[in-house]
Design a protein around this ligand. Structure first.
Ligand code: ATP
Ligand code: MG
Length: 426
């Protein structure tokens, strides 16, 4: 027998038992975004490789080691998107959504990075991303952060996440700081990890991001970015902090938070947790006022974030904060016993759905004994089983059995059963 074909390592199936939690999370986020006036945008999952090289930066983990890049049949270099911001900017620019207007957008979908698969780190993973364009003031930075804080509260995650906040300043301030950092690190060049030695030349701020403990220790006495901040960035940061303070959102200022992509300036932030081991960042973002211009558009202020859906789901599961109702997929299971009952069951179910919006009904198909149908009814998670047998068909009634209670089976007129269920299900 031929070997069975399996999924690509690090690329997961989301099984029917898991999807209710995904839908719950996505639904909660969508409602929250709708309540803030954000609109959805959907981009392709494949783009020209240069889009990511030019935006994320050549000397970053993503572009150096993580991209799924291939030649298509024309010989063009294409890449499976490793993140959404670059695609979103490309799409907005291409369709004229940025000139003389503001945008508040969101998207969700799979992203692809060739990383070592482990808990909370996959090669295909999902992000929900939010991007805003055309607003330079810190109120919008604050709106994004407040919105995420509200999301954690709605999901019951508020006590398990903390906010790390930093400002990267203007390009000029960073250039000045970069010189000071290089001068300092050059003294310890030989003691830095290999990536950091290389980056000291090409992209020294990336050294701050190093996961190597030895490099991190050397950074303890390094010059501080905030000593080189420009006045505008300082004021922007202070206003943002004042809004967060007024809203009661706590944060830690982390001057080494530079994020793994080159396009950020001013505000950067990460929501982190200690519940997921090394994969502790569940949501990350910041301001990228230079990116639109860098990709060929007119200078446009922008700020956004992305959250990792798998990591949030792992948190919901670890903290056991998924509401019970999330896994209840149907309210009613309709059993059909004997001649003509299958047809009657389908028609009754259809009529009930039409008359009672929101009523979730699974109709038994495939015949079988009373016992086996009741087993299926129980497994469906439904609260009630409706039973259509020969005598019910004759009398225009239906048997109603509470699958989660002690009550005896009742008999109800078919014409009354809809309102009866609606009453009982509230
Ligand atoms: P990390 O430091 O964990 O590698 P990152 O800085 O590379 O994260 P971003 O590019 O900021 O991540 O992506 C935003 C979010 O997407 C992350 O905070 C995380 O929740 C999620 N994410 C990133 N890479 C992966 C991955 N390989 N598998 C699952 N989720 C991921
Ligand atoms: Mg990463």
């Amino acid at each position: 027998m031929a070997n069975k074909i399996q999924a690509i390592r690090g690329m997961n199936d989301i099984l029917p038992t898991q999807s209710p939690v995904w839908q719950y999370l996505e639904g909660t986020v969508k409602d929250l975004l709708a309540a803030h006036g954000y609109a959805e945008i959907r981009m392709p999952v494949v783009e020209q490789t240069n889009l990511f090289k030019r935006s994320i930066g050549e000397v970053t983990d993503i572009v150096e080691k993580e991209m799924y890049t291939f030649e298509d049949r024309n010989g063009d270099s294409l890449t499976l998107r490793p993140e959404g911001t670059a695609s979103c900017v490309r799409a907005c620019e291409e369709h004229g959504l940025l000139y003389n207007q503001t945008q508040r957008l969101w998207y969700t979908g799979p992203m692809f990075r060739h990383e070592r698969p482990q808990k909370g780190r996959y090669r295909q993973f999902y992000q929900i991303g939010v991007e805003t364009f055309g607003i330079a003031t810190p109120d919008i930075d604050a709106e994004l952060i407040l919105m995420t804080a509200d999301l954690w509260r709605q999901l019951g995650l508020q006590d398990a996440v903390t906010l790390q906040l930093n400002t990267l300043g203007s390009n000029e301030a960073r250039a000045e700081y970069r010189a000071a950092l290089v001068e300092y690190l050059n003294q310890f060049r030989d003691q830095l990890d290999e990536d950091s030695q290389r980056r000291l030349e090409s992209n020294p701020l990336r050294v701050l991001d190093s996961k190597d403990p030895n490099t991190q220790a050397l950074l303890a006495d390094a010059p501080q970015l905030h000593d080189h901040l420009d006045e505008d960035s300082r004021e922007h940061f202070n206003t943002l902090r004042a809004i967060l303070d007024a809203a009661g959102v706590k944060y830690e200022i982390n001057q080494r938070l530079v994020r793994g992509l080159d396009y950020y300036n001013k505000t950067v932030f990460e929501w982190v947790t200690d519940k997921l081991g090394a994969q502790g960042t569940v949501c990350a973002g910041g301001r990228y006022d230079g990116l639109v211009e860098q990709l060929g558009g007119k200078a446009t202020p922008a700020v956004g974030f992305a959250m990792g859906v798998e990591r949030l789901i792992l948190m919901l599961e670890t903290l056991e904060v998924i509401p019970e109702a999330v896994s209840e997929t149907v309210d009613v299971y309709v059993c059909a016993l004997g001649a003509g009952a299958d047809q009657a069951a389908l028609l009754l179910s259809r009529q009930l759905r039409e008359e009672h919006a929101g009523l979730r009904i699974q109709t038994h198909c495939g015949a079988g004994s009373f016992k086996s149908q009741m087993k299926k009814a129980d497994k469906s998670g439904a609260r009630f089983a409706l039973i259509l047998g020969e005598s019910e068909l004759e009398n225009g009634t239906v048997g109603v059995k509470d699958l989660r209670g002690e009550a005896e089976q009742a008999t109800v007129n078919q014409s009354d059963v809809g309102p009866w269920l609606m009453d009982a299900l509230v």
